[in-house]
Ligand binder design. Sequence first.
Ligand code: ADP
Ligand code: ZN
Ligand code: ZN
Length: 740
Amino acid sequence: MIAKVLTDISLDREFDYLIPAGGDYRVGSAVKVPFGRSVRSGYIVSICKNSSYDHAKLREISGIDTSRAAIPENLIALGKWISEYYCASQEHAMRTLLPAAVRSGKLKERTCKLYSAADRSAAEKYIIEHSRDARLAKRIKVLQLVMRKGEAVKAEYSGDIDFSAGAFDALVKEGLISCREQPLNSDMLAGVEPVPDAPLKPTVDQQKALTMVDDMLAGTASSHVLLLYGTTNSGKTEVYLQAIAKTIALGKSAIVLVPEISLTPQTVRRFRARFGNNLSVLHSRLTDRERFDEWNRINAGKVQIAIGARSALFAPFRDLGLIVVDEEHDSSYKQSESPRYLARDVAVMRGKLDNASVILGSATPSAESLYNAAAGKFLLCRMAAQVADKPAPLIRIIDRRLDPPPEPGVSNLLSPFLINAVHERIERAEQTILFLNRRGYARALCCPQCGYEARCPECSVNYNYTYSRSREVLSCHLCGNIIPAPANCPQCGSPEIRYLGSGTEKLESIVHGIFPDARIGRMDSDLMRSSTDYEVVLDKFSRGKLDILVGTQMIAKGLHFPGVTLVGVINADQGLSMPDFRAQERTFQMLTQVAGRAGRGERRGEVIFQTSKDSEVLQFASTLDFDGFAKFDAEFREMLNYPPYSRLIAIIFKGENEKTVADYAAAFAAELEVYKHDRIRITPPAPAPIEKIRNQYRYLMTVRGNGLKTIREAIRILALHRIPPAGVSVAVDVDAQDLM
Ligand code: ADP
Ligand code: ZN
Ligand code: ZN
C-alpha cells in the first residue's frame, strides 16, 4: 500500500511512501519519513493502492512518530477543504487542525509577574526623604500607589491616572519594588462551584427552534444548518443548551464556538451548571499543558462537549452531532493568518463532512447568513420576543452639533446631557458604561506652530500614532512600534505640541475630573495586555465595586451586568467613514451590542449615542431595527454587487520595494485575465487603503463575482507555486472580511 504524506515543509505537496508491513498506519497518523538525506516528520493524508511514481523507487515510511499526536481521520478531509477553498498550502491547513502544544508535544508553563513594595519601611523612608525632590515626584506617586494597592500584576497599577511606566521600572531597578513570578492558574472558575441547574420550560419560540433541531438531528430537515435569529434575551443560549442535551442523548458530541471575548466566566458557568465535567473549556489563557490535556481528554472520548473560540472547531470528536456558532456574525471568526478561514463557514463544512447539525445564532446575523436563509440553504428560526419581556432600552441620539459651545479649556467629550445622565446613575447607585472605540489617551500629536504631525515613519495613514499618557509613549496602531512621547515639537522645538482626538485613557481622566468621587475602571487592549487583568476589572465591576466602566469594544459583547442602567457611546458615528463595504454592518452591530449592556437587571436601561453626523445606520440602531437595517444594507450591497450577492477574494502583495511589488502584482493580475468571464469583476492591483505597514508596501487586488471556482484554483496555484521576486510576498484572502 502507498501512503500520501504531507511533511512539515510548506511545499503544498504530498509525497508517496510505501507502508511498511505491520504497524498501525492510518490516515492521520504522525510518521517519520526519509526525505532526501534527512528524516522529516509528516502526516499520512491518504492511503491508496497505486502511485503514479515508479514503485521501485519509492521509499518506505521510517516509522510512527510517537512524539506527536495523530490527526483524527475525519478532520483530514476538512483540512483538505480548507487548503483548497482558502488557497492555503496543505501543510498550513493541516497544522491548524492541531493545537501547537499537541503538534509539537512541547509544553511550556505560563507564569505571571506580581509586583509589590519590597520593604515597606524602606519605601516609606524613600518617600519622606525625597518628597521635596520634584524630579522624583513621579516615582513617589507610583511607589505610594504600589503600597496602597498591595501585590498586583503591573497592568493593575498602570490603570491609575498617576502611573508612570518609566518611574515604575526605575523603582524596580532600585529594588524598592520587588517582583515575584508565579505559575498562572488559568482555571476560569477556580474556587467557584457552579450550582447545577435544570433545563427551563421552553417558550413558544424556543420550542419552535428545538423542533427544528430535532428534525436536523434526525436528518429529516431540508438543511443541516439552522440560523437562529433571536433578539438579545430571547433565550438563544437556552436553546443551545437544550439542543446540546438532545445531541448527547443521542450519544453524540457537540462543539460550541463563541467569540473569544465573550468566553467569560459568566458564559462558562452556564454551560458548566448544565453539563458539569462533561465539558471541556478551550480558552486562550490555557497553558500548553492544559491545552494538551484538554485535547487528549476530547480525543480519548472522555468529554462530549467543547466550548471555545475559533480553533475549538477542530476539537477531535469522532462522533460529532452538533456545532453551535454563537454570535455568528462576529468578525473574530476570521483568522488573519494563513489559512485565512472563516470559522462560521468552516463549521458549516465540518457539519456536512461529519454529518452533524449546525446552529448559527445571532441577534444581528451576517448579511451572508440572512441571504442563505432567504435562499432556503439554511433553516431559519426567528425569535422576536424576549423571554422576560423586558422593555428595550430607551435609546437617544444626541447631536453634538446642537450642544452649546464648550467653555475654553474644558473638554467637551461628554455632552451635558450625558453628564447629567451619569450623575443620576451615581446618585441612584446604579452603574454606567462609557464606550469609546479607541484606546490610548489621544490619537495624534501635532504642532500648531509649524504644522508638524507625528506619524509612524514605517507605516502609511495619517495619525497612526496613539498617545498613552500613563506610559508616556506613542504607539503605532498598525505595526505596534513604540517611541517615547516627545515633550517638544521634534521639528521646531515648540513646547506647544498638542494631542488631538481622544482615546479611552483620556476619557477615563476626563470622567475622573467630572465625577471625582466616582469609582472608575477602564478596559482596553492597552491596559489588558495580560488577560488576567481583564477578569480583575470585570469582577470588580460585576460586584458593584465600580460606578463607571470606560472601555473599547472589549466591553461591547456578551457581558451581563444587571447593575448597568446607562450606556453612553461617545462617538457613535466613528467607523462609518472606513473605506470598506462592511463599515455600516460593523457599526450597526457594535452599537446594538453596546446598547444591549444597558438594563439587563430590574430597571429599564438608557442608551445615549453621541454623534456629529446624520446617518441612517444610527437611526436604525437607535430603534434596534435590525430588519430595517438589514434591508437597507442589502440594497446597497446588491446594487454594488458586494457579498453576499457575490463572492470576494482579496489578494495582497507586499514588499519593501514598491516598484517590484507593483510589477509583480500587475503580472499576477495579467495571468488571471484568461479566467475572467462575464460574472467576474477584477479590480486591478493598486495601493491598499493602508499603503504601507512596517516599511512594507501593500498592493491590493480583488476578484469579485459568481462562479469563482476556476479562477480561485488559478489564484491558489499562482500564489502557492509561483515564486515571487525576492522580497515580495503574496497573501490570498478568500471571503475577506475587510479590505484595508
Ligand atoms: P440570549 O442568549 O438570546 O441572549 P438567554 O438564553 O441568555 O438569551 O436568556 C435570557 C434570560 O432568560 C436568561 O436569564 C435565561 O436564564 C432566561 N430564560 C431563557 N429561557 C427561558 C425559559 N424558557 N424560561 C424562563 N427563563 C428563561
Ligand atoms: Zn513644531
Ligand atoms: Zn507603524
